[in-house]
Write a protein that binds this ligand. Structure first.
Ligand SMILES: *Cc1c(COP(=O)(O)O)cnc(C)c1O
Length: 370
């Protein structure tokens, strides 16, 4: 019986495959398309996602932490995996033993990995991340200057790739993007033999010159819109539905939910839906977000609770009954749409998707596995 009462999340692996192919087409044959599968593939399931990308010979994965890399290694034994943000010191053996590539984000990382190479008497592969304006992760400008003045600091290492990251590529024509690209181009000249990688999902769609040898999409693979100013070129990947638990008539002047934040201005009918912030329906959607019943928007009334939301169904001609499903994400509402009403970005919507859903994967051949 639990299944009837639980929200239902469907993840379309065929759409992820199509999105991967679309990105490959977008960058052309001379540029590799890596898969960014950090945070459990943006909440969608790293194993299922990576196994899908493997079918198209995805050449490289990026994850955020060493633990994520080890998880990925347990299902993807051979394809290169690189860790975006981890402290290498103390974990060198793990990288080495599991054939995981560290991304060197500081001179200290470089020293650590060189020491490891020297101990093993072997050239070790690494990727270097240059911070070119985000001031977040990667070699700072000062550290970059030191390194670029003295590339012997990299002796003992085989730098396969150099990379940087855009801060504002999702905003069309943001001036920082050009500045960052210019900085990256200057650094790139000093590494003629390494692969270069700059663009995330949005960067891919901004300018061909950002593609270099490898692009690093995450969000676009999962159906997010990399070009928010215009229509989404990607196929949507997630569908989220939740059942109606109860419906009731309410009177003008009554309130709904915690804190009585919504007072009814007229008599209406409401439905209580089995999904709340514990499932990733963010509390910022209180009195703002919509869900859809048979294609019609139904506003969320009052506060989002942990396990429940209440919606207005008074305006519907055909009203849902207990057990009927409403759409949270799907044909009528994309992750970007829902994010917009929740004052956030679709990335947070995806990575917040809860764990108590019944999750179903639609495979490329349309068979359904749960
Ligand atoms: C997360 C991340 C990406 C992927 O970004 P999207 O916007 O999801 O495509 C690429 N590169 C780095 C360094 C990242 O941290």
């Amino acid at each position: 019986m639990t299944e009837l009462n639980a929200p239902f999340l469907a993840i379309d692996l065929g759409a992820i495959a199509d999105n991967y192919l679309l990105l490959k087409k977008q960058v052309g044959a001379n540029c590799a398309v890596a898969g960014v599968v950090k945070t459990n593939a943006y909440g969608l399931g790293v194993q299922e996602v990576a196994q899908t990308l493997e079918k198209f010979e995805c050449p490289q994965y990026f994850v955020a932490t060493l633990d994520e890399a080890l998880t990925l290694r347990s299902c993807i034994p051979n394809t290169p995996v690189a860790v975006l943000g981890a402290v290498i010191k103390g974990a060198e053996k793990e990288y080495f033993n599991h054939n995981i590539t560290p991304i060197l984000n500081s001179l200290r990382d470089i020293e650590t990995w060189r020491a490891s190479a020297s101990t093993r008497n072997q050239k070790l592969e690494a990727i270097i991340h240059f911070d070119i304006g985000m001031n977040r992760l990667g070699l700072s400008t000062d550290e970059s200057d030191i390194l670029l003045d003295d590339l012997t600091l990299l002796e003992g290492l085989n730098i396969t790739t150099i990379m940087s990251h855009f801060a504002c590529a999702d905003e069309k024509d943001h001036p920082l993007t050009e500045q960052q690209a210019h900085k990256f181009a200057n650094i790139a000249m000093l590494f003629p033999r390494a692969y270069k990688s700059l663009a995330n999902s949005s960067g891919i769609f901004r300018d061909r010159s950002f593609h270099y040898d490898m692009v690093r999409p995450g969000y676009a693979l999962y159906g997010g819109n990399p070009t928010p100013e215009t229509s989404n070129p990607m196929r949507p990947v997630v569908t989220l539905e939740a059942p109606v638990l109860q419906t009731r008539h309410v009177k003008k002047g009554q309130s709904v939910g915690y804190g009585t934040t919504h007072i009814f201005e007229q008599d209406t009918q409401t439905a209580t839906i089995a999904l709340g912030y514990g499932d990733g329906f963010l509390r910022s959607g209180s009195s703002k977000a919509n869900v859809y019943y048979e294609g019609t928007a139904c506003p969320v009334l009052g506060r989002v609770s942990m396990d429940l939301i209440t919606i207005d169904i008074g305006h519907l001609e055909q009203r849902p009954q207990t057990g009927d499903k409403v759409e949270i994400l799907g044909h009528h509402q994309s992750i970007d749409d829902l994010a917009h009403t929740m004052d956030t970005i679709g990335y947070e919507i995806l990575t917040s998707l809860g764990t108590r859903y019944k999750r179903v994967y639609r495979r490329m051949d349309e068979t359904v596995i749960s």
